[in-house]
Design a binder for this molecule. Structure first.
Ligand SMILES: *Cc1c(COP(=O)(O)O)cnc(C)c1O
Length: 361
């Protein structure tokens, strides 16, 4: 007898994590290669002896530290078990069956999955020809069923960013009662041009419906500990607190996040290396004939269309795991020179036809 599980869930595809194998160069999940700093490791070790106790469910100290560093009040911050949990919770507090959640596509895989989990309808607006969020088309797609909007900036997986003027224009178009999430998971890697530069906290103050999402998983290097946070109007934060899964941000995670803020300057310095490498990797790929949009993140996007799967398979055979999106392209994390060179060696062979992974091109 089949159990009474919601039948609509059967059609929701499961999240597919980046895979790995021993010895592989893993460029599939936008992680950094350095482990936690000694000071962060010490904070983790120190937290271990207290693990018989539940975590601080109010995440008070971490919230205070974040509020301080962002210049906002603690009522404007909610931390969560990774910012994916905050994406999911924002959908939960805004949307139900028949409601629409609007975002660009291709974009972060979590958006359509989390939308369908609550029975809402994902409305996916194609990126522009430059693979940038098409905010004009998104504004035109807002209906009376729209309950939530995601703007992923820089966009995962294309690495592209919107122009600041476009973002401002868009925020003015959106009805004031529809929350807009500005997902800035890669904000520490942004080196915006003047046209791309905006102050997210300033926009937050001007647009009470704006929710800024950030994470400790990327530049801060704590992907394994699961801490992200939302900066939003107290009304939104209050709703997020109501649906927060109790104790889902562990004591270890909270302590490590605080220690990472303490070491912020040192951690953020590392992003310069990645930024320099992403320019080098992109330039080299473009010289080899690949199309690669300019990236403001720690990865590059290589649109390969129908050869995506073959490329990714051959790449794995060469010892490098990238993230394929079948029929569309591959996302390749940028790390250090040596790992990036391993990927570039493969990309060079593939471009010259010497490594086709046994596939026809
Ligand atoms: C990685 C990522 C996140 C969040 O990751 P967490 O580890 O859950 O904090 C959120 N949004 C985008 C676009 C990402 O790429």
């Amino acid at each position: 007898m089949s159990l009474r599980i919601r039948p609509d869930l059967a059609t929701v595809p499961a999240y597919v994590p980046g895979k790995t194998f021993p010895g592989a160069v893993k460029l599939a999940s936008n992680e950094i290669i350095e482990g936690p700093l000694p000071s962060v490791q010490q904070a983790i070790v120190d937290a271990v002896s207290g693990l018989n106790r539940y975590p601080d469910n109010g995440m008070v100290e971490l919230t205070e530290r974040l509020a301080q560093s962002l210049g906002v009040s603690t009522e404007e911050i909610q931390t969560g078990c990774g910012s994916v949990s905050l994406c999911q919770n924002m959908i939960t507090v805004t949307s139900g069956v028949g409601d629409e959640v609007l975002f660009g596509w291709r974009s972060f895989e979590t958006y359509p999955l989390a939308t369908r989990i609550v029975g809402a309808t994902p409305v996916q607006i194609p990126l522009t020809d430059e693979l940038v969020y098409d905010l004009r088309a998104m504004a035109a797609a807002i209906t009376d069923r729209t309950r939530l909007i995601f703007v992923c900036n820089a966009n995962n997986p294309t690495g592209t960013v919107v122009e600041a003027e476009e973002l401002l224009w868009f925020l003015r178009q959106v009805p004031a009662d529809i929350p807009v999430i500005l997902d800035e998971a890669y904000v520490e890697y942004m080196r915006p041009t003047d046209a791309q530069r905006y102050d997210a906290m300033d926009l937050r103050r001007r647009f009470p419906n704006l929710v800024v999402l950030r994470t400790f998983s990327k530049a801060y290097g704590l992907a394994g500990l699961r801490v992200g946070y939302a900066v939003a109007d107290p009304q939104v934060i209050d709703a997020l607190r109501r649906v927060h899964v109790p104790f889902s941000v562990s004591t270890v995670a909270q302590r490590a996040a605080i220690a990472s803020l303490d070491a912020g300057a040192e951690l953020l310095e590392r992003t310069d290396t990645v930024v320099a490498e992403r320019t080098r990797v992109r330039d080299e790929l473009v010289a080899l004939g690949y199309r690669v949009p300019p990236s403001q993140s720690n990865f590059v996007w290589v649109p390969l269309g129908e050869s995506t799967a073959d490329f990714a398979t051959a790449c794995v055979a060469a010892g490098v795991i990238v993230r394929p999106f079948a029929g569309d392209g591959v996302r390749v994390t940028v790390t250090d020179k040596s790992e990036n060179d391993t990927f570039l060696d493969f990309a060079r062979d593939w471009a010259s036809g010497t490594d086709t992974g046994g596939a026809s091109r």
